[in-house]
Design a protein around this ligand. Structure first.
Ligand SMILES: [Fe+2]
Length: 192
């Protein structure tokens, strides 16, 4: 007991997708969409108007995956005292060798998730940034801890599902492997 209270915290949840849930179709679908896209430059995301407002994963092959994600997300939301959440949108990401994703957060989402499907070695960690201006105050050579750390990286593995808050800023580091990195991103929001 060190008399400390955490005023706020930036949580992240990590799960392993059960092998019983087939995801081969996700990778196929990602490449099908990418091949149809004439505007591909660097990292590719299927984030267009059509995808953005597509509220359910393709049925029937996506049903198991969506049920799993709905259950995870709602159990987290419940634990946080939030109302029930549902899938708002999702998109496919293909980061070829050399690609990066700049720092961003997911506006309007309460909970954000990523499912990693193809993660070659050195294909880019995900980096999370602390909110606010703490990096201005903290000496640059400080060691990380959860109070004074300003960024932290996580190297996902295949079939990892990570979930974090919609306002959590993050980026994806450069893919330094010789193969594509493939993932699925999804936003969940409260049902109004
Ligand atoms: Fe993101």
């Amino acid at each position: 007991m060190d008399n400390r209270t955490n005023l706020f915290t930036d949580p992240l949840w990590k799960y392993k997708l059960p092998d019983t849930i087939n995801t081969d179709w996700v990778v196929d679908k990602a490449y099908n969409l990418k091949n149809k896209d004439t505007n591909v430059f660097g990292g590719w995301q299927s984030f267009d108007e059509e995808q953005q407002f597509q509220f359910a994963l393709p049925i029937p092959h996506g049903i198991q995956l969506q049920e799993y994600l709905d259950e995870r997300m709602n159990s987290i939301a419940k634990g946080l005292g939030l109302p029930a959440v549902s899938l708002l949108n999702y998109w496919y990401n293909i980061n070829p060798p050399g690609a990066v994703n700049e720092a961003h957060h997911h506006q309007d989402a309460l909970l954000v998730g990523n499912l990693y499907l193809k993660v070659p070695k050195d294909s880019g960690a995900i980096r999370f940034y602390r909110g606010g201006d703490a990096s201005y105050y903290i000496p640059k050579d400080s060691d990380y801890n959860d109070v004074i750390g300003t960024q932290i990286e996580l190297t996902p593995e295949e079939k990892d599902v990570i979930i974090f808050m919609g306002w959590q800023k993050h980026s994806v580091l450069q893919n330094k492997s010789k193969e594509d990195r493939v993932s699925l991103s999804f936003n969940y929001g409260a049902i109004r």
